[in-house]
Design a protein around this ligand. Structure first.
Ligand SMILES: C[S@@+](CC[C@H](N)C(=O)[O-])C[C@H]1O[C@@H](n2cnc3c(N)ncnc32)[C@H](O)[C@@H]1O
Length: 304
């Protein structure tokens, strides 16, 4: 099915419900009636307006603010991906380079993610830290979801995502929306999201604890998070001998290991398990290969 603007089928437009990123209380609704929308979003409780234009909705806490002097420090891997050059080369070689760590490649990773996400079929899915939208487009094309929210902090990544989305006329433009958001302050109402994907991203987030707490907050009961990342250098040995603890000391010798000055934080499986469980995300399942891990967790069905 092709979707030039004049040939849209008469389907119901998905309505996207966001939340003010400051109070997390006021609901902000957007209906993407066509490939274009221009309404601004306002929270009267916080007396703040947020930017919404034809490229994306910006619901970062600083959206639209004129800040001449204030700069946030300690951004981890967030700033690197705001570079237009990095965004441009991302799908043109950078992402493919993740094969050094055992990432099996976009097609296989997508199939694995779809397996984990089956419980969210028919619902709206968030592709968190979507980068240039390589998986967001596949989710939209799959026809398995009501709609796709492609979310990232980087304006230039979202710009690339928009270019790729618009070039793909097999995707109905009403079925996706681009959202600028900080994973540490998610602009979604509590318990509103059935499924979230975060490919190759958690090692870039400046505060994974805050981010995972936010993800847990916004997931519906039974909601699913599926994420992939890089494990620490000793992971292949740990997997071979089925004992990560034994090889942990080797990580201190790894020159790429994240010290305080690194943009990235590599992970141990056990760290991921502990962080997810601490934030109320259960049923940890995973696939590992070399330094690649894809895992899924689920929000409890109901509070005990
Ligand atoms: C390595 S890319 C992953 C892109 C894509 N998901 C993939 O699987 O290839 C990491 C992404 O995380 C995003 N990111 C970093 N910090 C973020 C933050 N604080 N909030 C939201 N996204 C963030 C970056 O902008 C970047 O697009």
């Amino acid at each position: 099915m092709r979707y030039p603007p004049t040939e849209l089928e008469p389907i119901a437009d998905p309505e996207y419900t966001f939340a003010c990123p400051i109070c997390l209380t006021t609901e902000l609704k957007v209906q993407k009636a066509s490939a274009r929308f221009s309404q601004g979003l306002h929270c009267s409780r916080c007396d703040r307006s947020f930017t919404a234009n034809e490229t994306s909705v910006d619901l970062t806490p600083t959206s639209g603010a004129d800040m001449r002097v204030y700069k946030q420090k300690f951004w981890g891997g967030t700033q690197l991906f705001r570079s237009p050059l990095v965004s441009f080369v991302y799908e043109r070689g950078w992402r493919q380079g993740f094969s050094w760590g055992g990432f099996p490649g976009e097609a296989r990773e997508f199939d694995m993610a779809m397996d984990y996400l089956q419980g969210a079929y028919g619902e709206t899915i968030v592709d968190m830290s979507c980068g240039s939208g390589l998986f967001s487009r596949r989710f939209a094309r799959s026809g398995k979801f009501n709609a796709v929210i492609a979310a990232d902090f980087s304006e230039s990544m979202l710009g690339q995502a928009r270019t790729y989305f618009e070039a793909d006329n097999t995707i109905d433009p009403r079925k996706y929306i681009l959202l600028r958001a900080d994973v540490g302050r998610l602009p979604f109402p509590t318990s509103s999201i059935a499924g979230m994907h975060a490919g190759a991203a958690i090692h870039c987030w400046p505060n994974p604890t805050a981010a995972v707490a936010e993800i847990s907050r916004v997931l519906k009961p039974g909601g699913i998070l599926v994420a992939s990342t890089f494990l620490k250098a000793s992971a292949p040995l740990g997997q071979l001998f089925d004992n990560d603890d034994l090889f942990r000391p080797l990580n201190a010798l790894d020159p790429t290991s994240a010290g305080s000055s690194s943009n990235y934080q590599w992970w141990e499986e056990q760290e991921l398990r502990e962080l997810m469980a601490t934030m109320g995300l259960r049923n940890f399942q995973r696939h590992r290969s070399n330094r690649f891990i894809m895992f899924s967790v689920q929000k409890a069905l109901q509070a005990s």
